[in-house]
Design a protein around this ligand. Sequence first.
Ligand SMILES: Nc1ncnc2c1ncn2[C@@H]1O[C@H](COP(=O)(O)OP(=O)(O)OP(=O)(O)O)[C@@H](O)[C@H]1O
Ligand SMILES: [Mg+2]
Length: 238
Amino acid sequence: MKPILEIEKLDAGYNSLKVLEDVDMFLDKKEIVAIIGPNGAGKSTVIKAIFGIANQTGGKIVLNGKDISTLKTHELIKEGVCYVNQGRVIFGDLSVKENLEIGTRLEKDKKELNKRLEEVYQRFPILKERAKESAYTLSGGQQQMLALGRALMQKPKVLLLDEPSLGLSPKLQKEIFQIIKDLRDEGISIMIVEQNAKKAIEIADRTYLLENGKVALVGKGKDLLRNKKIKQIYLGGA
Ligand SMILES: Nc1ncnc2c1ncn2[C@@H]1O[C@H](COP(=O)(O)OP(=O)(O)OP(=O)(O)O)[C@@H](O)[C@H]1O
Ligand SMILES: [Mg+2]
């Protein structure tokens, strides 16, 4: 089976700043791939480049066999690619429900809109309870759920998540990681940037270690946890 997403020799950055060099990665269908690495390594830039918000200067990004390197963000969403920013981005003055509806372009198809809303509410009951309230009244964890819920409203095939557990309590982190695994099991392919290397390796089917804009290591969960380099750098001890 061909991967759903292939990144080949990607160079990317911002204006004159080159961040990524020759990055090769792939994402299989129904797979969770994690990207870990130190601050500034370029983790967020990988998924921003895929989503068309970092500047791609070389290489190819291929979705289902189609080169999507030059597609704009709104075109990528149509192709089934969705992105949840590092640090939750919600519209605080809008209600929870409005935050979910925004960008779905389903104004004319209320039936489909309500169906999707119901699906999101089932996964995140708290969002249903708080549907009419302003989004800024939500706690940090609830806002994170809202940001994820909004991406799910688009029915993504590929979900790009930048640090979804950032700032959450251990309990909420566990919840969000469980939801991410459920989404994978339901058929969504997920690329996740995660600060917590151990957590990332535990939930991911495969993990890339990024250092200085280059892939330094790639491996499957358990093997990586035994990797000396990973142990020393990220897990505090040899
Ligand atoms: N919008 C931007 N404009 C200019 N430079 C940027 C921009 N975003 C990121 N950078 C720079 O690109 C480099 C890689 O940043 P990136 O956000 O990809 O790192 P990261 O691995 O996600 O780090 P972190 O763990 O801190 O989130 C850094 O040197 C950063 O300062
Ligand atoms: Mg980042």
